[in-house]
Design a binder for this molecule. Structure first.
Ligand code: SF4
Ligand code: SF4
Length: 116
């Protein structure tokens, strides 16, 4: 398993409803879900906790494209794996914290490492 997939596997907050109440898919992806709508509520029916996404290899385009600021910083080499977890875990351990959630979505949790 590559390290990015590993990091997301230990997080899951863009699938479990912590960050987003729902997400959009294309009409041709609707047969992947138990729905007649192209708006999929979170927690996603394919989210399997630590095991990640049940349909990972054929997950919707939206899911393939989404990378939070922590994952991007990790893939850019600005954060180590352990440092990435230090940004993920506070929200993971306090999922109803609106301020932490807002800072995570906006990237403010890591903005001090992205400033020149
Ligand atoms: S919130 Fe970020 S680190 Fe967590 S699963 Fe989504 S993309 Fe991966
Ligand atoms: S389809 Fe998979 S990657 Fe997309 S939200 Fe659901 S569990 Fe997450």
């Amino acid at each position: 398993m590559d390290k990015s997939k590993d990091l997301c596997g230990s997080c899951g907050m863009c699938c479990d409803g912590t960050l987003f109440p729902s997400f959009r898919i294309y009409a041709e992806e609707m047969d992947l879900f138990n729905t007649m709508s192209n708006t999929i509520p979170q927690s996603c029916e394919h989210f399997e906790g630590c095991n990640g996404c049940k349909i990972y290899n054929k997950r919707p385009f939206t899911c393939q494209q989404y990378k939070c600021s922590v994952l991007r910083a990790f893939e850019d080499g600005k954060l180590s794996y352990e440092e990435s977890l230090e940004f993920i875990n506070p929200l993971k351990n306090d999922k109803n914290n609106k301020e932490l959630r807002s800072d995570f979505i906006s990237g403010r949790v890591i903005e001090h490492i992205t400033k020149p």
